[in-house]
Design a protein around this ligand. Structure first.
Ligand code: SF4
Length: 198
C-alpha cells in the first residue's frame, strides 16, 4: 500500500502507467473531498466527463447522485468521492480484473488514510469488491454491512449506480429511485447518530 500524502498520491496517479488505462485516459481522476471526511463514496470508474474535468461523478449520472444526496441533506462537500480505478476505461466499459488489481493500492491508501466511518459503494463493482461477494447490488443494497477490506475494518452501505437510475427514471414506490432515496435517508440517520454534530 502507498504511504504518501494525498497530494503525492494524486501526482503519482496522474503519471501512473501501471495498467493499460493509462494509454487511453486524458486525465487520472484521483478523487475529491475533505481529507478528513467521515464518509467516503466509491464508484466504478471515471466516465467521459470525469476524464475531461478530472473530477469524479460530474457527468449526467454524477449530477443525479449529487442532486439526490443534496436533496436529502447530505451535500457532496462532506464526502470524499473517488472510484475503484482512477482512469477511464474506453467506451465506459467496466474496469477489468487486472486494472482493478493494479489500481487497488491507490484506493487502499485513500481508505487507510481516511478511515471513513461509513463507505458508500456505488454499483456492483465496488460493492462486490468491498464485501468480497458475488451477489449483485439488488441483493446487497438496503442494509449496512461490516467487513474487513485490505485489513481495514469498514461499514459499507451499497447504493444503486446513478446510471442505472437514469435508465429507470421513476421514483414511484418500489422503484430503484425510490429505494435509493430511502437508502440515503437511512445513511444520513446513521451518520447523525454515529458522528456528533454531523
Ligand atoms: S487506472 Fe490506476 S493503475 Fe491504471 S493507469 Fe490509472 S492510476 Fe494507474
Amino acid at each position: 500500500m502507498f504511504q504518501e500524502s494525498f497530494e503525492e498520491l494524486r501526482r503519482k496517479a496522474s503519471a501512473c502507467t501501471l495498467c493499460p488505462l493509462s494509454g487511453t485516459r486524458a486525465r487520472a481522476v484521483f478523487g475529491e473531498g475533505p481529507e478528513n471526511a467521515p464518509v467516503m463514496l466509491v464508484g466504478e470508474a471515471p466516465g467521459a466527463t470525469e476524464d475531461r474535468t478530472g473530477s469524479p461523478f460530474t457527468g449526467r449520472s454524477g449530477k443525479l447522485l449529487t442532486a439526490l444526496l443534496d436533496g436529502e441533506g447530505l451535500p457532496r462537500e462532506k464526502i470524499f468521492i473517488t472510484n475503484m480505478v482512477k482512469c477511464r476505461p474506453p467506451e465506459n466499459r467496466l474496469p477489468a480484473k487486472g486494472e482493478l488489481a493494479a489500481c487497488r493500492p491507490f484506493l487502499a491508501a485513500q481508505v487507510a488514510r481516511l478511515r471513513p466511518r461509513l463507505l458508500l459503494s456505488v454499483g456492483n463493482v465496488p460493492t462486490r469488491d468491498f464485501l468480497s461477494s458475488r451477489e449483485g447490488i439488488t441483493t446487497l443494497r438496503g442494509r449496512f454491512h461490516t467487513c474487513l477490506w485490505q485489513g481495514i475494518p469498514l461499514t459499507v452501505r451499497p447504493l444503486f449506480h446513478p446510471s442505472y437510475l437514469l435508465r429507470n427514471r421513476s421514483f414511484a414506490e418500489g422503484t430503484p429511485g425510490h429505494q435509493t432515496v430511502r437508502d440515503i435517508r437511512e445513511i444520513l440517520r446513521f451518520l447523525m447518530e454515529a458522528i456528533p454534530g454531523f
